[in-house]
Design a protein around this ligand. Structure first.
Ligand SMILES: C[S@@+](CC[C@H](N)C(=O)[O-])C[C@H]1O[C@@H](n2cnc3c(N)ncnc32)[C@H](O)[C@@H]1O
Length: 239
């Protein structure tokens, strides 16, 4: 599984929302910007601003790739639970598909609020509200949710995002589900989705069962009956 390809796909889902939110958050006038959990730089590389960009991640391998994809950014190896920056040292601090992966999301959001003046969480899914159609593909959704839990994620965090911001003392300005994020899927995107599913389920679901579900998925898509929707939430506010 090429994770950068996956992150690029997720970044494409949220591009319109990001442009809207960064505009409202004052990206144009911002002097310092930080992405917490920047991964391979799928979002950081797209930020269109002359302001200094910073990225922080726990994984050295991700930062190595991020250096290639977002060469202008200053990168730091570190833990989002304890950000190595002074109070209010960034105009904008944001994250994208991060909080479901951390052990204490409230602590991470508190840290983002401590170092930033404006805080954005751009995309946090809630797999508890996932929709799979036709019904025969519902077990696929359930198994993928279990796989995320096994990998250490909280796949239901999206539903807790707004209250986490509130508990961290952030004045919420806007929150809600991202509309139509992954509704349009090209053949390439479906292939990539299946690469993720196969990686998630390998070793836990017999290969034969995975291939059966893949065939069902393909046939349902051929009939125009396939729906796969994972409500994904955003929130932003001021500290
Ligand atoms: C799903 S990836 C998203 C990467 C990037 N934000 C994007 O959207 O392309 C989550 C990233 O968060 C990082 N991460 C997870 N826990 C972290 C922590 N406690 N501190 C910093 N980074 C963390 C992972 O290493 C990974 O790169």
């Amino acid at each position: 599984m090429n994770w950068h390809t996956r992150y690029l796909q997720q970044a494409a889902w949220t591009r319109d929302l990001r442009n809207y939110l960064f505009d409202k958050a004052g990206l144009d006038g911002a002097e310092r910007i930080l992405e917490v959990g920047c991964g391979t730089g799928a979002v950081l590389r797209e930020l269109n601003t002359p302001a200094p960009l910073h990225g922080l991640d726990l994984e050295p391998a991700s930062l190595t790739q991020c250096r290639i994809h977002a060469p202008a950014a200053s990168l730091t190896l570190g833990d989002a639970h304890s950000l190595p920056y002074p109070d209010k040292s960034f105009d904008i601090v944001y994250c994208h598909f991060l909080l479901l992966w951390v052990s204490d999301p409230l602590q991470v959001v508190r840290e983002m609020a401590r170092v930033g003046k404006t805080v954005l969480a751009l995309a946090e899914p809630d797999y508890g509200q996932r929709v799979d159609k036709p019904a025969a593909l519902q077990p696929l959704g359930e198994r993928q949710t279990q796989a995320l839990i096994r990998q250490g994620a909280n796949p239901f965090f999206g539903a807790l995002l707004a209250e986490t911001f509130h508990r961290a003392g952030i004045t919420l300005l806007e929150t809600g589900p991202i509309q139509g994020a992954e509704a349009k899927r090209s053949l390439w995107e479906w292939e990539n989705e299946w690469a993720v599913i196969e990686a998630d389920l390998a070793g836990f679901v017999p290969g034969e069962d995975i291939q059966k579900m893949k065939l069902l998925d393909e046939q349902a898509r051929g009939r125009g009956e396939r729906v796969l929707h994972v409500p994904t939430f955003f929130a932003w506010g001021k500290t």
